[in-house]
Design a protein around this ligand. Structure first.
Ligand code: DOR
Ligand code: ZN
Length: 482
């Protein structure tokens, strides 16, 4: 029998359906056997995982690693180190860097930075904006994992595209089958309310919620779903924060729109009562809302309306985060390292099952981006991306020890957690071992683009797209002149 590089014995393997005790053998980064310990091949190394559960490594489809352009906040090295320490084996990184990932050149430069530094596998989003509509095909062809469209403004202040530009952008990317992730908040409503609130002298933390009421998300999700339905483009709604936007999401799913969605731990676990103590540290886009919203989001996680958990990992320095005038505080905080401990704590409290956690943290993102079952599953032939977790281990989240070391102030500082990743394997290689980052794993992360196999696109109205209509114009001209 061929020798394995690593055999893990005595652990419990968890999928979205079951948990069972089994050994697992890994060779050349892949899982080559799962089963009885006695059936495992000989191995260079045997790891005894007594007391540990083996989860498919988490896939976080929403992180901001800030490089190039804002390396005082985060780098690919620190961001992916934080991921490895959080049991996250694949991250999808957002394009609001400087320069933004809006052209094939910007993509190529970011890919080089990522390949040099990454501890974990990654995908890179291309920007979908008003002024790069003609770059979208080239971006799709050079290897973006999907697109990011800022329907509302946030850090980086990339202008949000008009509905007209968005429709053409959807028409252009639909044939590729790639998914477009949406910051679904409508910019014009927020800009209007911001001006009014500011003029009225509101500078308190809750004014941030008042500037971005849930209707901005309801309007944006509904509008994006209509454009996706008309074109056949696949969409993903980022950071769902409200009960109200679940209705247009459910309706779109019922109509057959290929729409997926995520929420983040901060929307599930915090609410407006926390602004009194946390102030601007809690400022994030979209805002953290009422406890009734959190309750509805938990329910939607359980019933599948919300497909997955992501983090919107958004590091800023403490100075940038803290401000008495809420409008002046940068939005967001790190999350990629704390997601798994926080969610496993929720598992220990019975909010969701361990299988549901695997579904939302690994299986659903892998399926939505065409990576399944190579990623998101611990079966023979899959990449050995594994978070080995101790469900009993307790700790208190301490921002001083987080690996986003330039920007690690988090509203979760001081929270007790139960359930922690102890080792993280990325394609069979330890990126974290015994809760210690393995520095030799730096630079071993790979772009997951080569794995991605999106199902064939189902185009709609392709005879009426702008390109099709423009083509008809020239035919018409020829007819008239001949
Ligand atoms: O609060 C946020 N911060 N929300 C986003 O969508 C972007 C992020 C950032 O890049 O800082
Ligand atoms: Zn974000």
């Amino acid at each position: 029998m061929t020798q394995a590089d690593l055999v893990i014995i005595n652990g419990h393997i968890v999928s979205h359906e079951t948990t069972h005790k089994a050994a697992i053998a890994i060779r050349d980064g892949k899982i080559i056997a799962v089963g009885e310990e006695s059936s495992m091949p000989p191995a260079k190394e045997v790891l005894d995982a007594t007391g540990l559960h083996l989860l498919p490594g988490a896939i976080d489809v929403h992180v901001h690693f800030r490089e190039p352009g804002y390396t005082h906040k985060e780098t690919w090295e620190s961001g992916t180190a934080a991921a490895a320490m959080g049991g996250v084996t694949t991250v999808f990184e957002m394009p609001n860097t400087n320069p933004p990932t809006a052209t094939p050149e910007a993509f190529a430069d970011k890919l080089t930075l990522a390949e040099q530094q990454a501890y974990v596998d990654f995908g890179i989003y291309g920007l979908m904006a008003e002024d790069n509509v003609d770059q979208l095909e080239a971006l799709a062809e050079c290897g973006v994992i999907g697109f990011k469209c800022f329907m509302g403004n946030t850090f980086g202040n990339l202008p949000s595209p008009s509905t007209g530009a968005m429709l053409e952008a959807f028409e252009r990317v639909a044939p590729y089958g790639l998914r477009t992730s949406l910051h679904a908040e409508t910019a014009s409503i927020m800009a209007w309310r911001y001006e009014r609130l500011r003029a009225a002298g509101r500078n308190d933390a809750l004014a941030h919620v008042a500037a971005r009421p849930d209707v901005v998300a309801v309007e944006a999700v509904s509008r994006a779903a209509i454009l996706a339905e008309w074109t056949g483009a696949r969409i993903h709604v980022l950071h769902v924060s409200s009960a109200a936007e679940l209705r247009p999401m459910r309706e779109a799913k019922q109509r057959g729109v290929d729409i997926t969605s995520e929420t983040c731990p901060h929307y599930l676990m915090m609410d407006t009562r926390d602004y009194a103590t946390l102030g601007s540290l809690m400022r994030v886009n979209p805002p953290i809302r009422e406890s009734a919203d959190s309750d509805a989001l938990w329910e939607a996680v359980r019933d599948g309306t919300l497909d997955m958990i992501a983090t919107d990992h958004a590091p800023h320095t403490p100075n940038e985060q803290h401000n008495e005038v809420i409008w002046e505080a940068d939005c967001g905080f790190p999350g990629v390292e704390t997601q798994m401990p926080l969610m496993l704590t929720a598992v220990s409290e019975g909010k969701i099952t361990l299988q549901e956690y695997v579904r939302i943290s690994a299986v659903a993102p892998a399926k939505a981006w065409g990576l399944y079952p190579r990623k998101g599953s611990l079966t023979v032939g899959a990449d050995a991306d594994i978070a080995l977790v101790d469900l009993e281990r307790q700790e208190v989240i301490d921002q001083e020890t987080l690996h986003s070391h330039r920007a690690r102030a988090t509203p979760f500082h001081g929270w007790p957690v139960k359930g922690l990743p102890v080792h993280t394997l990325v394609r069979g290689r330890f990126a974290m071992r015994d809760r210690t980052l393995q520095s030799e794993a730096k630079g071993s992360g790979l772009s997951v683009k080569r794995v991605q196999q999106m199902p064939t696109a189902k185009l709609v109205n392709s005879d009426k797209t702008l390109a099709a209509e423009i083509a008809k114009t020239s035919v018409h001209k020829e007819e008239v002149t001949s």
